[in-house]
Unconditional design. Structure first.
Length: 681
């Protein structure tokens, strides 16, 4: 056999999906993550699947190692080297106020204290020409003065995007004098201007570098020691994959690796069922994420804020435009400073986990609330492999209910209402706030908890239909198998559009394509695969700060045809446009894609035939009514079957809650197509 294996390490569960390229069979596994050593969770998933490592041709992997290090503040002690006079760029930031009406707003904390920020005597102009040569003697003194506790060094010199020579010299000298340091130069990550954003990107990359590099080394060693000859590939936040070696050098690209793979899977599913305008909604044990897919393509962003736009730090590399909130199955419900009910972002994770897990957790979580309300059956969690403790879930909710003066059911329902409001806000932020009507889109719900809440969210946002993919609970891992080899490159290219010559733009695009092609063939060994390219331009009206990224169709005249496309895109996004105003180009972007062999479907039940549940149970729904619901086992529902709500469909790795006014049809591939409000009187 020749297995392609994908493993997604989440905050609560580690998911595995494997596909045999020869006989097209599929194996899945879902086990608890081991926070103190995620490699053990990966090994447990492999053991549970029964796969022999010697039969693996490719091992695709994504994890939350990088983002958890940033959010929890557990990264390396990081120093920063900048050009003379720019020591405080990282702390000053842009001096904008994301939450302008909040009287208690606090600016983000600087991850590098001033004593660890040093200045290098050199200077380039904006075109990369040398104004002051790098002073080697001074550089040696600067590096020697770095505190011994520094574990990593980020280097960001002025205008190094135009000429990286000085950064490379600093990195080389630092490696010679301090071989113990993990070293990152900003020019390795970004070729775009924006001193604060480039500095932040380099610092965050260095901050998580030792942790991620060490983890990948341990994982790769385990795979090799146990006979795995397939290449270890790491999913990127842009929806592509990269080699382990590149991931160790540029770990900041892995921050949203798991969620990005889920979005890739959602785009694949939309293609299969004829829906190209979607909202990918992923709710796991720790957080919930949302991303829009238009015309079959996930929305991209050239910049991402790790930790959120208000308090997070920007990363100047391409990401899928995913909005994440701290509302997952393990998110803890407690009281805020005013005595009101609050859910998340604190999470019970996998250790101790929700109270119902029986592993020592005592605080009520979203999972506990779902158990109390009958939406999750304690005896069929993970297909019955993990027994939940309903008594412990009830006890945890009861303690909070007494404080609030509510009954157990009222408190549990309040927890779900608050959680759903948080998740609905994430969906609104990628739709309504960006000029999209969610009623025109289809919600694709996956993750262990996504299908439990999907119909409630769709009803609140008036989204007419929900798609629940087969194997929704491990769907992000499946998305990794649908991920192509991909690399994004960008270059600052500032000019007015009406002053550009088409041949100059074409030449610059060709240079970027050659760079991206060299990466794919060198780092990912894609010599046998054809490479396709997507070209994009950063455009804005002269005087604006934030650009729109516009795809450039092949063979189009940039100077003659792009202006009309930009005006149209501006009107769609912002509700207005200014055809008489000049347009400015800020950057050129190229995405290179080499396709890989992919599964054509998803056998969610791992080849096992399950018996029908054959019973009903009492469930409390959003309107407060408690009703007897028929319970179905998903693997027994044949294509063409219809389930009319209220009902519960139990899957091996999730539950699908179908509301009283909803109807679900099993479509080709075993996916559930739910029409929300389809049976309203």
């Amino acid at each position: 056999m020749s297995w392609r294996v994908a493993v997604d390490v989440g905050g609560t569960f580690t998911d595995l999906v494997a596909w045999d390229e020869a006989d097209r069979s599929m194996v899945t596994a879902k086990v608890l993550t081991v926070p103190e050593d995620p490699v053990r969770g990966v090994v447990a998933a492999l053991d549970h699947s029964g796969l022999a490592l010697g039969g693996i041709s490719a091992f695709v992997h994504g994890s939350t190692i990088a983002i958890n290090a940033v959010l929890q503040g557990t990264g390396a002690t990081t120093a920063l080297a900048t050009s003379r006079g720019f020591r405080d760029v990282l702390e000053m930031g842009r001096k904008n106020r994301p939450d302008m009406y909040n009287l208690f707003f606090r600016t983000r904390m600087c991850p590098v204290p001033r004593r660890l920020r040093v200045e290098v005597d050199e200077r380039l102009d904006r075109g990369g020409a040398v104004l002051r040569e790098l002073d080697g003697e001074h550089l040696d003194l600067v590096i020697a003065a770095l505190p011994p506790e520094a574990e990593a060094l980020a280097i960001c010199l002025l205008h190094s995007y135009a000429n990286p020579a000085h950064e490379q010299a600093v990195a080389s000298r630092a490696a010679a004098l301090r071989p113990d340091l993990y070293i990152c130069a900003s020019s390795e990550l970004s070729q775009e201007m924006g001193e604060f954003e480039r500095t932040s990107t380099a610092v965050l990359n260095a901050y998580v570098g030792p942790l991620v590099a060490g983890y990948l080394e341990r994982l790769d060693t385990h795979l090799r020691d146990h006979g795995c000859e397939g290449r270890l590939l790491i999913t990127q936040s842009n929806g592509g994959v990269m080699s382990r070696e590149v991931a160790a050098r540029q770990p900041v690209r892995t921050v949203e690796s798991g969620p990005a793979a889920g979005v890739t899977g959602a785009a694949w599913l939309g293609n299969q069922v004829g829906r190209t305008d979607l909202i990918a909604f992923d709710m796991g044990g720790t957080s919930a994420k949302a991303c829009v897919i238009e015309g079959g393509e996930p929305e991209m962003s050239p910049q991402y804020f790790i930790g959120g736009r208000e308090q997070g730090l920007p990363v100047q590399i391409p990401f899928l435009d995913i909005v994440e909130v701290g509302a997952g199955g393990g998110s803890i419900a407690d009281l805020d400073a005013g005595g009101g009910l609050r859910v998340g972002p604190r999470s019970a994770g996998s250790a101790p986990g929700p109270a119902a897990y029986g592993l020592g957790g005592t605080e009520p979580t979203i999972t506990d609330a779902n158990v109390v309300l009958g939406r999750i059956a304690p005896d069929y969690f993970l297909g019955g492999e993990m027994q939940l403790r309903a008594d412990l879930a009830c006890a945890a909710v009861d303690r909070l209910a007494r404080t609030l003066g509510l009954s157990r059911s009222e408190c549990a329902q309040g927890i779900l209402r608050v959680a759903n409001t948080i998740m609905a806000s994430a969906i609104r932020s990628v739709t309504i706030e960006r000029g999209r009507d969610p009623r025109d889109l289809t919600l694709v719900a996956f993750g262990g908890a996504g299908p439990v809440h999907a119909c409630s969210l769709a009803a609140e946002l008036r989204i007419p239909e929900v798609l629940v993919p087969a194997g929704a609970g491990t769907f992000a891992a499946f998305g990794m198998l649908e991920t192509d080899l991909r690399h994004d490159v960008a270059r600052t290219f500032v000019s007015r559009l009406d002053e550009l010559a088409d041949q100059d733009v074409e030449r610059a695009f060709e240079e970027l394509e050659a760079q991206a092609r060299g990466y794919l063939r060198g780092e990912l060994d894609s010599r046998d695969q054809s490479v396709s390219y997507i070209r994009k331009l950063d455009l804005r009206y002269v005087g604006q700060f934030h650009p729109l990224i516009l795809p450039v169709p092949s063979g189009i005249s940039v100077s003659r045809e792009v202006p009309a496309l930009f005006h149209q895109a501006h009107a769609q996004r912002y509700g207005h446009h200014a055809p008489g105003e000049p347009i400015e180009v800020g950057a050129l972007r190229v995405t290179a894609v080499a396709e890989v062999g992919k599964p054509v479907g998803y056998q969610a039940a791992n080849g096992r035939r399950l018996e029908a549940a054959g019973h009903s149970r009492r469930v409390r729904f959003d309107d407060g009514a408690e009703v007897d619901c028929q319970v179905y086992r998903r693997a027994t529902l044949a294509v063409g079957a219809t389930v009319t709500g209220p009902a519960i469909v139990e899957d091996l790795t999730t539950n699908i809650v179908i509301g009283p006014n909803d109807r679900a049809d099993v479509i080709e591939g075993g996916h559930l197509h739910i029409r929300v409000g389809a049976v309203l009187p």
